[in-house]
Design a protein around this ligand. Structure first.
Ligand SMILES: [Zn+2]
Length: 478
């Protein structure tokens, strides 16, 4: 300090400028910025309003899968809610979404001990036709294990994947297990299988099946695919364990319908930056508006919708508003193919370069426990200030390999730096994509704490001196 003072004196600069430290590269936040962040944190903890938002969405709209009536109603709900809550520049961005209808799923063991099973079609599965499909079951623990079987062992049979989902705080157990849901049907069809059943990708033992998107490869037959509830998967495995041939029967009426119109819903807290440059820079807070059809989408992703709306709303109440614009984007159709995310990135044009940071909430209702970043190495010291502001919430500093949430994939791939406020996913995959995704699973206090973390991180990104650079494409993808 003495050296700086002396230099200033020698250069004849006014000492006043040093008496009130201004943000700089070494000091990216003013004392006022850090104080405002702390006040945001405290106000969120006292009651952020997020629970009321998710209760409204779950109660007034409920299930809202892409292309459904609920999807349309959710877009109207979101436009209304953002307007009511005082957001600026509230608008809908048109998105065309695929429309898949679940229909019914009847699945039963025929031999050796006949029993009906609780099952759900995987999202995107074809139906079986009126006659249904019956076949002997061949079991595999994952796709690699399946590929070790010969065509003769699989052809004409129904492949059953018994992959278990490990319970983890950061959700990596899900990431590891989900591949059988995504690619299992095509891997089985390549060996001549007639249908696929999987153990639900979920950590519960409720008699409810977990749905979720599956994908067909271009060059293999499209075969029906279902998930069994975990207790039914246990039972199927016991019957298989008897050593007797097990026969399964499936009848699904799932089908594709013509695409529909949906929308990303956007609202902003306009930046107050005196120079137009800063006000036109964007800190994006994202969540997805659609849900699966079996539950009410309270956790996935009603909670995320509520977290980002409540966080931005608290930021809006600050005077002055941050210099950058905080933009809430409620993405259309994340679950069934990222339609909204792709449309947003495609239409961003020159605005893409002005996205300073993007964050998404899509891992349940909290609490927040870790802060990860994906920024160029030179920007890491700046993010340490944010990590420090999150510490009183019990949020620890993670690494610099944040993913940003699936709706942010297209932005991240183009170099936009991302933050992850990781929400505790220990129980999330008990309910994920099931009929049990309902409001009672949400704790208002944990939700408020999550809002506090998102609000602090977004606010500090919106006031930081200088941006967070760009993450080169090569480093952006693992
Ligand atoms: Zn989700």
């Amino acid at each position: 300090m003495f050296v700086r003072l002396l230099t200033a004196w020698v250069l004849g600069l006014p000492l006043l400028a040093l008496a009130q430290p201004q943000p700089s590269i070494d000091r990216p936040f003013s004392d006022a910025d850090l104080k405002a962040a702390a006040s945001l944190r405290d106000r969120a903890l006292q009651g952020s309003g997020a629970y009321e938002v998710v209760a409204s969405l779950a109660t007034e709209i409920g299930p809202r899968s892409a292309g459904s009536e609920g999807d349309r109603a959710a877009v109207a709900w979101a436009l209304n809610k953002l307007t009511q809550l005082g957001f600026q520049n509230v608008r809908a961005q048109d998105v065309t979404v695929p429309h898949w209808a679940r229909g019914f799923a009847e699945v039963a063991i025929k031999e050796p001990w006949p029993q009906p099973l609780v099952a759900a079609a995987l999202g995107g599965s074809v139906g079986t036709g009126e006659e249904g499909i019956e076949g002997d079951v061949v079991q595999a623990s994952n796709i690699d294990a399946l590929k070790k079987l010969s065509r003769r062992e699989v052809e004409g049979r129904i492949v059953y994947f018994n992959t278990r989902t490990e319970r983890t705080r950061d959700g990596h157990g899900y990431d590891q297990a989900v591949r059988v849901r995504l690619d299992g049907a095509s891997a089985a069809a390549a060996l001549g299988a007639v249908a696929v059943a999987i153990r639900s990708i979920g950590t519960d033992s409720d008699r409810l099946a977990h749905t979720g998107i599956m994908l067909y490869a271009a060059n293999t037959p499209r075969i029906p695919a279902v998930a069994l509830s975990n207790p039914d998967a246990d039972m199927l495995e016991r019957q298989l364990g008897s050593g007797r041939p097990v026969t399964l029967r499936l009848k699904l009426s799932a089908r594709d319908l013509p695409p529909k119109r949906s929308a990303n819903v956007i609202g902003e807290v306009a930046g107050s930056g005196a120079d137009a440059g800063a006000a036109h820079e964007i800190v994006l807070l994202g969540a997805h508006l659609d849900s699966w059809d079996l539950g009410t989408g309270a956790l996935d992703d009603g909670a995320g919708v509520a977290i980002v709306i409540a966080a931005a709303r608290l930021i809006r109440e600050l005077k002055p508003a941050p210099k950058r614009t905080v933009r809430v984007v409620l993405f259309a159709n994340e679950e069934f193919g990222l339609s909204g995310a792709n449309a947003y990135a495609a239409q961003a044009g020159s605005e893409l370069a002005r996205h300073v940071i993007a964050m998404e909430a899509d891992l349940g209702a909290g609490p927040a426990w870790r802060f990860e970043t994906r920024v160029p190495g030179a920007m890491l010291p700046k993010t340490q200030f944010i990590a420090k502001a999150l510490q009183p919430l019990g949020v620890e500093r993670g690494g610099n390999a944040a993913e940003g949430g699936s709706d942010l994939n297209p932005l991240r791939r183009q170099g936009v730096p991302v933050f992850d406020v990781d929400l505790d996913a220990t129980k999330y995959f008990d309910y994920h994509h099931t009929a049990n995704d309902t409001l009672d699973k949400i704790d208002a206090k944990a939700l408020d704490q999550s809002v506090a973390a998102y609000a602090v991180a977004a606010y500090l990104a919106a006031v930081a001196s200088g941006d967070f650079g760009r993450v080169p494409a090569s480093a952006a993808e693992k």
